[in-house]
Design a protein around this ligand. Sequence first.
Ligand SMILES: O[C@H]1[C@H](O)[C@@H](O)[C@H](O)[C@@H](O)[C@H]1O
Ligand SMILES: [Fe+2]
Ligand SMILES: [Fe+2]
Length: 262
Amino acid sequence: MTYGEMPVSIVPRDYEKESLRREIVLEIYRKNHINPTYEFAKKKKEEYEKLDKAVMSIWECCELLNEFVDESDPDLDEPQLEHLLQSAEAIQKDYPDDDWLHLTALIDDLGKVLLHPSFGAQPQWAVVGDTFPLGYALDEAIVHHHFFKENPDYQNPALNTELGVYTENSGPDNVTMSWGHDEYMYLVAKGNNATLPPAGLFIIRFHSFYALHRSGSYTYLMNDEDKEMMTWLEVKYDLYSKSKEPYYPYLIQKHFPEKLKP
Ligand SMILES: O[C@H]1[C@H](O)[C@@H](O)[C@H](O)[C@@H](O)[C@H]1O
Ligand SMILES: [Fe+2]
Ligand SMILES: [Fe+2]
């Protein structure tokens, strides 16, 4: 079997399927929906945009992720480091010339270092899972929407209208998203003057905003430029294609015995 023939599963995520992870995923989503409020997200952003937690290279951050499994993901129970590499490999295969896209896929989940003590040891519910805008009515397209009933913002009439604290076409730039790895990595990339094209930054910031890119909710927030960016989110394989056979281990086992003689 060659790399191009490796099994790649392109399947929408299924939160209902029976699996050992189902209960863990549900519990994370319960916490991820009842805890974050508009005020909480703004505070976290203010705290983390100071970029004063640690000084580290991208590779060092990748390595930190080797010890974490994302509890919100119904399909994946591998350490996140493997997931980063798999995502980058999958996208590289189909878009060989767009190196910014390979890098974007490699780093878009890097914000999960928030789980690590050096970055504040944030709880999983405040780091992983789909994201959603705060400051107005929470859309029914958001996965496990029913948990929002216990969120204090849900009871707040000022925040519970179609436009909430925003105006039409105010653009996703001005929207306060639920706090998590996407927003954090976006702040880090911008704060360090990364030269990724706008589409790369858009993917980093909104790849978990499923209600937008899968269900078409909240599109009234988008201006024309944002709508164009959306096409890049579509090619972002990360969540829909999770090759269970990472390329490098595959190459190693192809050319070397499992254990080497010392
Ligand atoms: O479970 C996953 C995982 O946390 C991903 O990194 C995130 O981007 C997704 O949106 C989420 O549903
Ligand atoms: Fe992610
Ligand atoms: Fe991911």
